[in-house]
Design a protein around this ligand. Structure first.
Ligand code: CMC
Length: 372
């Protein structure tokens, strides 16, 4: 065992093959089923991207129509899930609420114990369709407002914003939200997706794997970073305060949320597309101060450390401008990533091997229990 090489954090370890997405850090590119994510974000609605991740091909117009009809049919929130959400205090983090909601959805799903590929796909679509209602319900109760029923005449993103804010979103807002969903949908063997695959590898059910993935996504080194970015912005306050704040943060070896990535070392492929969407929101809302703070922190941090922003850096401010509470940002990531997670769950199940690595023991040598 002296010769065993330990790769902490599985850094650089290739664990399995996948046909779902390809991250190429050399060219800063990200492909979903072969398609550049920037091109998908520019031309496709999120529903078509979800379909692509699950089926491997973009839908034809008829396939998209049928898929949208299926999604719309499952939007309404199960009263039992509402009751479960109501049982959680508003002091609980919204990620704990969405984790609980998915757990209840799984326990009540008529096909819970059927892990056939057909049933897993149906469950994935139902979960995808129900998550916006659960998240919007939680957001509105935190505001002390009544829930809003889904609208079948609106697409996924417009309906999500409708159920949250109670008004039809401006085109600019709907588009930026849809782009964020597409960019968040999938990213190969990240920590939460790997968690979902580990759970699936034991032949546990799809909802169990998604619940575990939500737990992994919550942490600030992963999905929790989009929320954490906004806390940093609030702490700094204004662009003029960035330099002094950064001096102090770097002196105390703080991790600056929204920067850095395990795989990309010279920039995140998704950032330019999300930054362009954020720019349209800045213009729409007249949020120049926020934009100045964004630019100042990026410029100073890149100059000092050479570490680039990741997707959470532009998406945090984008969700703030849209009007979501800061704590709701990571649940929005859940709504998007559930597509990638479930695609990976089905891929893992289709060619399964139990994921069970080894460890090198470094505890005490064998010794006698006193009195034995
Ligand atoms: N702020 C300050 N220093 C950093 C940062 C950062 N955001 N990111 C990396 N570094 C430093 C790190 O301290 C280390 O320095 P040294 O060699 O002196 O110890 C060096 O860069 C290498 O970093 P690392 O921690 O070994 O890199 P990693 O691959 O383990 O970490 C990361 C990747 C994402 C955990 C890390 O960059 C980080 O903590 N970033 C902040 C949290 C964040 O934004 N997460 C979102 C990730 S992407 C999208 C998502 O999943 O939501």
């Amino acid at each position: 065992t002296d010769t065993t090489e330990i790769r902490k954090g599985l850094a650089g370890v290739v664990v399995d093959t996948t046909a779902i997405s390809k991250v190429n850090p050399e060219t800063n590119s990200l492909l979903y089923r072969g398609y550049p994510v920037q091109q998908l974000a520019a031309t496709q609605p999120f529903e078509a991207v979800a379909y692509l991740l699950w089926h491997g091909e973009l839908p034809s117009p008829e396939q998209l129509r049928a898929f949208r009809a299926e999604e719309r049919a499952h939007r309404a929130l199960d009263p039992a899930v509402k009751a479960a959400i109501d049982l959680t205090p508003v002091s609980a983090h919204p990620m704990d609420v969405v984790r609980t909601a998915v757990s209840v959805l799984g326990a009540r799903d008529a096909e819970a114990s059927d892990s056939s590929p057909e049933a897993d796909l149906r469950k994935s679509v139902r979960l995808f369709a129900a998550l916006p209602a659960a998240i919007a319900y939680d957001q509105r109760r935190r505001w002390g407002r009544d829930p809003i029923e889904p609208r079948e005449d609106l697409d996924y993103s417009r309906n999500f914003l409708w159920m949250t804010f109670g008004e039809e979103p401006h085109e600019v807002v709907a588009r930026a939200f849809d782009v964020s969903m597409i960019l968040y949908a999938e990213h190969s063997f990240n920590a939460s997706t790997f968690t979902a695959r580990v759970i699936t590898s034991t032949m546990a059910d799809l909802h169990s794997a998604v619940v575990g993935a939500i737990g992994a996504l919550k942490g600030p080194l992963h999905g929790g970073a989009n929320e954490a970015v906004m806390h940093v912005f609030d702490e700094i306050g204004e662009a003029a305060a960035v330099e002094a704040w950064l001096d102090e943060a770097l002196a105390t070896k703080r991790k600056i949320m929204g920067f850095g990535h395990r795989v990309y070392k010279s920039g995140d492929s998704r950032v330019p597309t999300m930054k362009a969407a954020l720019d349209t929101l800045v213009e729409h809302y007249g949020a120049q101060e926020l934009a100045a703070l964004y630019d100042a922190l990026e410029a100073h941090f890149v100059a000092r450390k050479g570490i680039h922003p990741n997707l959470d850096y532009p998406s945090g401010p984008a969700y703030r401008l849209m009007g979501f509470d800061t704590e709701l940002f990571t649940p929005l990531f859940v709504a998007a990533r559930v597509t990638g997670w479930t695609a990976h769950i089905m891929e893992q199940a289709a060619s399964n091997a139990l994921i069970r690595p080894l460890s090198e023991y470094v505890g005490p040598d064998e010794r006698q229990v006193p009195g034995a």
